[in-house]
Every structure is written in C-alpha cells, then in structure tokens.
Ligand binder design. Structure first.
Ligand code: COA
Ligand code: AMP
Length: 634
C-alpha cells in the first residue's frame, strides 16, 4: 500500500522524518534480520541505507510470493513478435528455475560478492540470470546487447567477473545479432579473463562453444542441487550498471541491496498504482536501468506479473504491436520511452490501429528516458484516454526523482513537466555558485544529500570519480547533470544536460566517448560530436572532423571510416550515421570547442556570439557545413 494522505502530506511527512518514512516503507520487505535504523551517515557525504539488515533480493522477488500461496500466478510473460511466441512462467516455476541456475553457478564456484556479467536479449532467461545472481549474493552487471565488443571488454576489465552469462544471439528486425563472436572478441581484448561462460542457445542460432571455457545453459544445470537464498548485508551491492558519463570510460553505478528493495517496492504502489497480481509492462530492455527496475525487480518484488517484450514499437509487425500486448495480457500500467510513441505516431498518426484493440484494462501510461515532448504526450492521452505520466529519473537514482504519484494522489498535469519531487528527493535548482534560483529561472538541478534508499551510494571501485562527478560541484548536494527550472507550484521542467551526455532514442550516450573513437582514426587531427534535435529519436549524434595536414584521402572516405569505427567500437546503439569534414572547429580563446553554439546553429535556434570566441568566422563555416547536411531542417 502507498502511504496515505495527499501528495503534499506524504511529502511533508517524509521531510519531517525521513528515517521514519523509509522504516515504514521497509515493513513491506521480508528481512532475514530487520534493520535497526534506516540511514547510515557514518561516512557522509557518502550515505547508506539499512546497513545492518540482512536480506535477499531473490527471496523478496520470487520465493516469498510462492510461500504466500501465489506460486501459480504468472510472474513473467515473454511476448516475442520476433519469434512469434508467447511463453508464461509462474512464480512457482520461476523459483525452481532460478534456484537450479543459482545451484549450477554455485557448483562452478560463483559465490557472494563475485561479479557476473549478463549479456542477453529480451528473453526470460535474462531475468532468471539476474535473479540467480541475487539468490547467491553475486553482483550482476547486465550489458545492453546493442554495445560492441569493445564496450563489453571495458566492462569486463572494470568489474572483473568470475563468469559471463550470455545468449547465443539477439534478434533485431532483419538481422540476427551474433553474441558469441562479440563475447569472444571482448574476452580476447580484456586483460581480465572470466573463469567460464554460460551460453543460452537459442534456436535461431546455435553458437559454437569454446572448449574448457563455455558451458551450455541447460547441461551445466543437469543434476545440480538447487541453491537457497543467501541473506546479504543491507549495503551489499545488488548490481553494477554501467552508464555513459563525460569521458569514454563508463561509470559503474552501484546499487545496494536493501535500499533497492524498499524503494522499488514503494514506487510500485505509490507511482505505478500496482498491487500484487496486476500486470505491469515496461517496454524497455534489461540492459538499461528501466529494465532493471521495472522489467525485472520492481514488478516482481511487488508480486505483479511482468512482461518481457522482444520487439519494436513499429515493424514487428506494425505500429499496433504495443496495443496488442496491452490487450492480450491485460496490462494495467504501461511504461515506455517517448521515442517509441513518436515512432508509432509517425506510422499511425490518427491512432487507427488502436481501434482494433480492447485497452479497457489500461489505467495509465508512464514515460521516461528523455524529455517527453508535449505533442507526443497529447497524442497518447487523446488516443489511450488514460493519464500520461511523464516522470524523470536516471540510472543513478534507479527510480523516479519527479513524477505524478497516481497511487498517492492524481495531481494536475502540466504540459512539459514531469510534475513534482518524490519523497526522498529534496530537489534544488542552483546557479553556478550553488545558490538556489527563484521559480521560473533556469539552473543546474541538484538534490540535497542524502539521496534516498535505492539510489547510487558510489561508483564501482571509483569513489573519487563518484565524488568528482556528483558531489564536489555543489557541496551537500548530488549534481544530477540536468538543467531546468521549478515553477511557482513546485513542478519541475527538465530542459537539457549540463554535460556531454546526449539522449538518442531514449538511450544515454556520451559524445565524449564518440570523440575518443573518432580521434583514434589516423587521419583525424581534431573532432567534435554534438547532439542535434531529431523528430523521432529526440537527438542524433553528428560528428565534425578536422583532418591531419597532408592527408591525401578523400574527406568522404574518412567520414565513412569514422561512421564505421563508432559502430565497431561503441555499437549500433550509438546511431552514429553522419560525420563531416571541416577545416576548423569554433573555439574559445582558451581552446574550448563551442559545442553548445554548434548545436544551436544545427537546431536553427538563435544564439549569442560567445564573448570568448577566438574567430567568429569559423561559425559561418560550420553553419555552411551544417546546411550541406540539411541542418537546420526546413
Ligand atoms: N541489440 C543489438 N542491436 C540493437 C539493439 C540490441 N538490443 N537495440 C538496438 N540495436 C541496434 C538497432 O538494430 C539499430 O541498428 P541499425 O543501425 O543496424 O539499424 C541501432 O542499434 C539503433 O537502434 P535504435 O536507436 O533503437 O533505432 P531503430 O531505428 O532500430 O528504432 C525506435 C527506432 C524508435 C523504434 C527504437 O529506438 C525504440 O524502440 N526506442 C525505444 C527505446 C527504449 O525503449 N529505450 C528505453 C529507455 S527507457
Ligand atoms: P538514463 O540514465 O539513461 O536513464 O538517462 C537519464 C537522463 O535522461 C536524465 O539525466 C535526463 O537527461 C534524461 N531524462 C530521463 N527522463 C527524463 C524526463 N522524464 N524528462 C526529461 N529528461 C529525462
């Protein structure tokens, strides 16, 4: 049950007594040893929650529902338009499957604290692998299937896994993603070598196993004893999830076990209005934070049925797929990214396909991952006839910082705003000097420390980077990296990132990482990558290259190489399709590339000539290059 009272009362109640608020929420979790207190401020400004508790995530997400007599309830529905199959797994079956998989991992030496990388497409086995790790207290790190081998290698070297669990392939429209060669290349490249790999063979492609290292998902479970849940300390890492930062090295966001359980469980009723037995669907991917929190853990911890969807919003087979899934499985709350709706709207602007389906069970649509443009929100509300909740969060926070908490109170909606701060988050809009700005004034968005349970306590083996990235700029606050403002009613408006992160089709990418790849090309002397506005994907990366003096290769060839290089090094998910060669990049007198001004020119926005610009004529050259690429669009 969500806390009782209006939103204002619940939020004020949290502010008055944050520890009491979270201790109350903690009552909904099954503890091996309950916490004696909520907050551990012993190492401020690094904070932990429920440190002295003992608890197991898998127990709370699976076993306890079976113990409570709901073993026959469906836990996971796998709906795959890619393979044209639907498969259902009950909580009882899930418990048995996960216990056996955990037993097999344990038999191969995986124990509490070991890291396990999971590299899998949208199949239930991905969730089972996550839960099996949780059962043993092993720390999983799921890597999104759209990343290239190099990105996988970077993660292997950073978290040093004992094992990798993977599928033989993923399925994208029109192509099979061969996972095994990617894994082999990554392990080859990485300095750290995992002890073994477990390969889940899909019938669409059977991978050749590497003798002595790879084991088959089914045969390695044969004859092993199932494993029981291992209670772990409240501050034991449940998982590491890498996300893009300013540089090419991804940040390993750590999630502690107890806070994760308490916070996600709280959100399922307070924000998503879901109770045990309800069907919840997040159309994301297990490789992203939305997949962790709301395909796997949140719905299962709350005893809901979750949907693992292997398909796209359009083309699998058409723009009615989402509505078919909602109808067929009786989805109550649905979560997707605005870009997915834009793709549907583009194919079916009048919502004709919606008329073919009975969506009467749907009570709300939730959007996150990028700014929800008002036109898309309006379109969805008009056609679905349910509240459309834009909510704002990040990999780092693991759940919504701001939302319209329908399970507490349906607040008035405001166009362009993800509504109000959730309990746990004291959101401040600050100027460069760290002073709060008045309502309506743009500033950097920060959250007063401590952050609530379930948010990142640190980065994996990189405490200094954690402090530098998030805590040092505004002492006493967590710096979100987003800029925006609050209105007089306390509604937040998230306008842009303050760093080099861009958001492409709801995927968080680093332009800095792309620049590192471009700079590695032997003909490239200098480069810049910017994110330009895109009608479908929100933003698209665009690269500018300055070539070395004396380079004799045609500019178009180098640009083509560079597009391929980013795909090979970062992966198709980077969606890096355009690079152009220019003579010079616009810079300040101190040598800083004026990326922000370039974005404004590309997007057709007015801009002030930066006072510190070295040579204003270069902006004219950039504008001409952009016009050649079709920017700004007519
Ligand atoms: N494994 C391998 N490759 C993947 C992949 C995966 N899991 N996911 C995406 N890719 C590939 C795509 O096949 C595409 O490759 P291509 O360049 O060969 O065409 C590339 O990465 C870019 O993918 P994407 O940006 O998703 O574009 P798209 O054109 O395939 O699809 C949308 C466009 C809008 C339909 C799609 O982006 C979408 O559904 N977005 C929603 C994203 C989402 O839910 N994000 C979750 C955040 S909450
Ligand atoms: P990720 O860590 O991939 O979830 O990306 C987090 C970033 O996506 C945030 O810092 C924002 O820049 C952006 N984002 C997520 N949700 C929203 C939203 N509802 N409105 C605006 N931006 C959002």
């Amino acid at each position: 049950m969500a806390a009782t009272g209006t939103y204002a009362q619940v939020y004020a109640g949290w502010k008055r007594d944050p520890e009491g608020f979270w201790m109350q929420a903690a009552k909904a979790i099954d503890w091996a040893v309950p916490p004696s207190r909520a907050l551990n401020a012993g190492h401020a400004p690094l904070y932990e929650w429920f440190t002295d508790a003992r608890v197991n995530t898998c127990w709370n997400a699976v076993d306890r529902h079976v113990e409570a007599g709901r073993g026959d309830q469906v836990a996971i529905i796998h709906d795959s338009p890619m393979t044209q199959t639907v498969r259902k797994i009950t909580y009882g079956e899930l418990r048995d499957r996960v216990a056996l998989l955990a037993g097999a991992l344990r038999a191969k030496g995986v124990k509490k604290g070991d890291r396990v990388i999971i590299y899998m497409p949208m199949v239930p086995e991905a969730l089972e692998a996550m839960l099996a790790c949780a059962r043993l207290g092993a720390i999983h790190s799921v890597v999104f299937g759209g990343f290239a081998a190099n990105e996988l290698a970077v993660r292997i070297d950073d978290c040093r896994p004992r094992a990798i669990i993977a599928a033989s392939c993923g399925l994208e429209p029109g192509r099979v993603v061969h996972y095994k060669p990617l894994i082999d290349a990554a392990i080859n490249q990485a300095g750290h070598k995992p002890d073994f790999c477990v390969i889940f063979q899909r019938e669409q492609e059977v991978a050749q196993l590497t003798a002595g290292r790879d084991v088959d998902w089914h045969s390695f479970q044969f004859g092993v004893a199932p494993a029981d849940c291992v209670p772990v300390e409240g501050n034991h890492p449940a998982y590491i999830l890498y996300t893009s930062g300013t540089t090419g090295a991804p940040k390993g966001v750590v999630r502690h076990t107890a806070g994760h359980l308490v916070a996600l469980n709280w959100t399922m009723s307070a924000i998503y209005r879901c109770e045990p037995g309800d069907v919840f669907w997040a159309a994301s991917d297990v490789g992203w934070v939305v997949g962790h929190s709301y395909i796997c853990y949140g719905p299962l911890i709350a005893g809901c049925t979750t949907i693992v969807f292997e398909g796209k919003p359009v083309g699998t087979p058409d723009a009615g797929t989402f509505w078919r899934v909602i109808q067929d499985h009786g989805v109550k709350s649905f979560f997707t990214a605005p870009t997915a709706l834009r793709a549907i709207k583009r194919e079916d602007p009048d919502g004709r396909l919606l008329e073919d389906y009975d969506l009467s069970g749907l009570t709300a649509l939730y959007l996150a991952g990028e700014r929800a443009d008002p036109a898309t929100v309006d379109w969805a509300g008009r056609h679905l006839k349910v509240p459309v909740v834009d909510h704002w969060w990040q990999t780092e926070t693991g759940f919504a910082i701001a939302a319209n908490p329908l399970g507490i109170e349906v607040l008035p909606f405001k166009s362009g705003s993800p509504s109000v701060a959730m309990p746990g988050f004291d959101v401040q809009v600050l100027d460069e000097g760290g002073h709060p700005v008045p309502p309506g004034t743009l500033g950097a968005i920060a959250v007063k420390l401590p952050l609530p349970p379930g948010t990142l306590p640190t980065l994996w083996q990189a405490e200094d980077r954690f402090r530098k990235s998030y805590l040092d700029h505004f002492p006493g606050h967590y710096e979100t990296g987003d800029a925006g403002y609050v209105d007089a009613d306390g509604y937040l408006y998230i306008m842009a990132r303050t760093d080099d992160v861009i958001n492409v089709a709801g995927h968080r990418l680093s332009t800095g990482a792309m620049e590192e790849v471009l700079a590695s090309h032997p003909d490239v002397a200098e480069c810049a990558v910017i994110g330009v506005a895109d009608d479908l994907k929100g933003q698209m990366p665009l690269g500018f290259l300055c070539l070395n003096k004396g380079c004799t290769r045609p500019a178009a060839d180098v640009a083509k190489d560079c597009v391929k290089l980013v795909r090979d090094k970062i992966g198709p998910v980077a969606a890096f399709k355009t690079a152009c060669v220019v003579d010079r990049l616009p810079k300040t007198r101190s040598g800083k590339i004026l990326r922000g001004t370039m974005v404004k020119i590309a997007d057709g926005q007015s801009y002030k000539m930066p006072a510190t610009i070295d040579d204003p004529a270069i902006l004219t050259e950039i504008a001409a290059a952009l016009r050649g690429l079709g920017y700004p669009p007519a």
